[in-house]
Write a new protein. Structure first.
Length: 451
């Protein structure tokens, strides 16, 4: 009996000693594992690719890794990560941006049947997928607490897939499109009023103006925002030498100044909100609130979206850095605008402004869709196509070597796909994917740059 008790006691002591030694050694073991993991961490660049039959427009879903060839600045990359169409995809964080100009898309969006078609389609989002809705170019604001950019835009709803919230958000559109009752208010035309309307000014200078530098400096200082009013300044240098400066003030308003490469032409837009600003706000919202989702933007307008060409390039860079997919839905343009646009673009070309076509360019560069809507049913159909194509993409990735460092430029990506049919004949296909990527300057940016 004593021997048995002694044996049990010895076993308990041995077990206790073993557990104590393990507890002491465990942190060292685990620390070594973590250290090894950090040393062998691999950086990967991912991209989504949509492959459609050119004849039918239907996504092709039976492709394998060997059907894809990926080129980085013309050099082949080994595809080390591959997921089939829709397999293990990220949830969607979609931002629907509605241009509510009453002579543009707003004249259609205020119709009940058009909004109902949009609601019906958005409510079909899969579990995990969500949509946020941003209205811009408002005639009036019904809720100043939800307005941004000094009342130039308003978040109609945050990310949701709840039908009631989406219906309520879109039901506000008619009031936002309607002319503001205080349109003739004197404060709208006061440059120092927070309720001022947007305006533009152009100044020209020549070599003979050097003698008038005192007057010029005085005029410039009057237009320049006070330092204590400024929240953020973004400077964009174009390949042509022109410089665009975007100044965000504390009241939320945005001022844009473009100086030509010669420095002789200055164009100033005060209290303006354009496609570039809306895209920045949309990507920022998705990055902040849905960092693990696939960001997708749907821009709905009549196609007229004045924007500096340098701003288009900067916006493209933002989309590619965030791996965000830009899509556009264009409504019918007014007949007068259709007539004037071919005449107007050459006339304003010297200013560096693009009147239309920039949304389509952003869609092409980011791998999105550019669709036209006319009938009421087209709105739901276009959204269904965009959402379906966003969720029917292949996910591909390649590893970066340790010695590949950031060089500050976009690396061009080209994807070639061979899609044979059942008889072995190559099908004619359309491939949509982002056209490039940027390497991060710091390790902390790696997750965002290669997601």
């Amino acid at each position: 009996m004593k021997a048995s008790t002694s044996t049990r006691l010895t076993s308990v002591v041995r077990l206790s000693v073993f557990l104590l030694l393990f507890a002491i050694a465990a942190p060292t073991i685990f620390a070594q594992e973590v250290s090894d993991t950090i040393k062998i961490r691999t950086r990967v660049v991912f991209l989504d690719a949509l492959v459609k039959d050119k004849k039918t427009g239907i996504p092709i879903s039976d492709l394998k890794p060997e059907n894809f060839e990926l080129f980085d600045d013309g050099k082949p990359r080994t595809i080390s990560y591959f997921n089939r169409e829709g397999q293990a995809r990220k949830p969607l964080a979609m931002v629907l941006i509605l241009d509510l100009r009453d002579d543009g898309a707003g004249r259609f969006l205020k119709r009940d049947e058009v909004r109902a078609a949009i609601v019906d389609e958005l409510c079909k989002l899969s579990p995990g997928d969500e949509v946020a809705i941003l209205g811009i170019n408002l005639n009036s604001v019904d809720d100043k607490s939800a307005a941004i950019r000094n009342g130039k835009a308003i978040w109609l709803t945050d990310f949701t897939r709840d039908r009631a919230k989406i219906e309520t958000a879109l039901a506000r559109i008619p009031a936002l499109v309607a002319p503001s009752p205080d349109k003739n208010d004197a404060s709208k035309h006061d440059p120092n009023s927070p309720d001022r309307e947007g305006n533009a000014s152009i100044s020209l200078s020549s070599d003979t103006d050097k003698n008038k530098s005192g007057d010029s400096t005085k005029a410039t200082s009057q237009n320049k925002p006070k330092e204590n009013d400024v929240l953020e300044i973004e400077t964009i240098k174009g390949q042509n030498g022109a410089v665009v400066t975007r100044t965000i003030k504390k009241d939320g308003s945005v001022n844009i100044v473009r100086t030509s490469s010669s420095g002789k032409v200055n164009i100033q837009l005060d209290n303006i909100y354009d496609m570039a600003g809306a895209t920045r706000d949309a990507t920022h919202l998705a990055e902040e609130k849905r960092p693990n989702s696939q960001t997708a933007i749907v821009w709905l307008s009549d196609g007229i979206a004045p924007i500096f060409k340098e701003d288009v390039a900067a916006t493209e860079q933002i989309l590619i850095r965030q791996n965000a997919i830009f899509n556009t839905m264009n409504v019918d343009m007014r007949a007068l605008y259709k007539f004037l646009l071919p005449l107007g673009q050459p006339l304003v070309g010297w200013t560096g402004i693009s009147l239309a076509g920039s949304a389509r360019h952003l869609a092409q560069q980011s791998g999105g869709e550019a669709l036209h809507v006319n009938r009421t049913s087209d709105y739901g159909g276009a959204l269904a196509k965009i959402i379906g194509n966003l969720t029917a993409r292949y996910s591909l990735g390649f590893a970066l070597a340790e010695n590949e460092k950031d060089d500050g430029r976009m690396h061009e990506l080209a994807l070639r796909v061979k899609a044979p049919d059942a008889k072995g004949k190559q099908r004619r296909i359309d491939v949509s994917s982002r056209r490039g990527y940027y390497m991060p300057k710091h390790e902390s940016e790696q997750a965002a740059a290669t997601k």
